[in-house]
Design a protein around this ligand. Structure first.
Ligand code: CO
Length: 466
């Protein structure tokens, strides 16, 4: 019967991987007119997945093994994980789940068009649907009072608005306070050299060099492609793909999205082989996943040590840095300047972008805000917290894809990831006494090994307290 269970879980992962592969294709390759047929394919496969995660057969398997005491730890965790998913999915009526998946796919396309035309009204009816579906799901799961908590729990188990209000409340005040001081200072930083024309090919070459050093195997176990919004996806640990987005007039954009996604990708590649096909082969939580990408992007990728090694190479590869001293480059790289676009934000103001999205999501799900009023609230909060105001929806409320497919509750993961990352660096420095020197010599292997042993091998297992 154990073989039967393992076989069942494997089939579930196959469907999951197929859906992920089709989703990857939607964002990287798919011709425009293929949209309708593709959403039908995805709808069908999601339906099959739904059937398998709610079947009588699975229920019997879970019950059988729940009663069995002498299971190995991995199987036990698999059972707990699939039981949680069974309970969650079983409560959503099948037709609704299928319609939701189709609506999500159409909503993503509508968001793309809306962003291109900078017109929120194209996206608004789809967004309304996504919010309504998720509100309903939260009720099915038993979150009558605060449906947003149900959504937060998907990405960061046991985190709640009560906890986040405290953490984000403190963080917001501290950042806004520091930002005021920075804005009032008369220190200015030159960053013009980043904005000189820089051909895509040169950026690709340098990006690959950094990824190599980070230990991301894109040659035999991955790929690098382009998409509007950079992301990482994987089908097992031997096929982990990232995407990036090049701007030939600002090389920082692709460079930092590449490092960010590289941080996610090495996590997925380091998930142990024996966990493949067990439903456990994924990050411990989304915030832990984001901690890996944000850690590499900011704490390593903007550090003096990292650039001690990479700056001479960058000076060779790009025309941008002739006559720019290391110190000026380093200061420019770490410039603090409130901006409109989250993924381009500096390390300090980044979390404010997240806090704005968190506050808006919370209002939406507590019925304190209607979809049509989001752009107004969005712009108001940007002015209040960051002192900047979007000129249009494209650089405002439409910039992120997350809401288009119903991923509400995901954004807080990034800011929590920042906080986790800082703590990981602190511990890493205690464990590796010559960490700075190693990084200065381009030996990022020590970082990779530490992350692998302390973070990456710890996946999404249910910890049963005893
Ligand atoms: Co990320």
């Amino acid at each position: 019967m154990l073989d039967e269970l393992k076989d069942y879980l494997k089939k579930l992962e196959y469907i999951n991987s197929t859906i992920a592969l089709l989703d990857w294709d939607v964002m990287v390759n798919m011709p425009e007119k293929a949209e309708k047929y593709r959403s039908e394919m995805l709808g069908y496969l999601s339906g099959e997945y739904y059937k398998m995660t709610t079947s009588e057969k699975l229920k019997q398997l879970i019950e059988h093994f729940k009663a069995n005491d002498d299971l190995d730890e991995i199987t036990k965790s698999s059972i707990d994980k699939i039981e949680k998913e069974y309970n969650k999915t079983k409560k959503i009526p099948e037709e609704q789940y299928k319609h939701y998946k189709i609506a999500a796919s159409l909503s993503y396309s509508a968001w793309e068009e809306a962003k291109k035309k900078s017109d929120f009204s194209i996206f608004a009816p789809h967004l309304e649907k996504m919010v309504e579906y998720n509100k309903k799901f939260a009720k099915y799961w038993g979150f009558e009072q605060n449906s947003y908590n149900a959504l937060l729990d998907i990405y960061e188990p046991s985190i709640t608005t009560e906890k986040l209000d405290v953490v984000f409340g403190e963080l917001r005040l501290a950042i806004v306070d520091l930002l005021k001081k920075i804005n009032a200072s008369n220190v200015s930083v030159d960053t013009e050299y980043f904005k000189k024309y820089c051909p895509k090919e040169a950026q690709q070459k340098f990006g690959k060099l950094v990824l190599d050093k980070m230990g991301y195997d894109y040659k035999k176990s991955g790929r690098i492609d382009e998409s509007t919004h950079p992301f990482t996806t994987n089908f097992g640990n031997k096929d982990v793909r990232i995407t990036t987005n090049y701007d030939e007039n600002d090389l920082r954009k692709a460079l930092y999205s590449t490092i960010h996604e590289g941080g996610h990708a090495i996590y997925e590649q380091n998930i142990p082989d024996d966990l493949q096909g067990t439903m456990l082969a994924e990050g411990a939580s989304m915030a832990i996943h984001e901690s890996q990408s944000r850690f590499y992007e900011n704490l390593i990728g903007k550090s003096k040590e990292f650039w001690t090694y990479f700056y001479p190479i960058a000076q060779n590869e790009f025309n941008n840095f002739q006559g720019v001293s290391f110190d000026d480059f380093y200061r420019g790289l770490n410039e603090v300047k409130p901006s409109l676009i989250r993924i381009d934000a500096d390390e300090l103001t980044y979390s404010l972008h997240i806090i704005i999205r968190y506050e808006i999501e919370k209002m939406l799900f507590n019925d304190d805000l209607e979809v049509k009023d989001i752009p107004y609230i969005w712009n108001k909060k940007y002015e209040e917290y960051l002192g900047v105001k979007p000129k249009n929806d494209s650089e405002g409320v439409l910039q992120d894809m997350h809401w288009s497919d119903g991923s509400f509750g995901y954004f807080p993961s990034y800011a929590l990831g920042n906080l986790y990352g800082a703590q990981f660096l602190n511990k890493m420095k205690k464990d590796i006494l010559d960490l700075d020197e190693q990084i200065e010599e381009g030996n990022l292997k020590v970082v990779h090994e530490w992350l692998k042993n302390n973070i990456h091998k710890h996946v999404k297992r249910q910890i049963t307290p005893n």
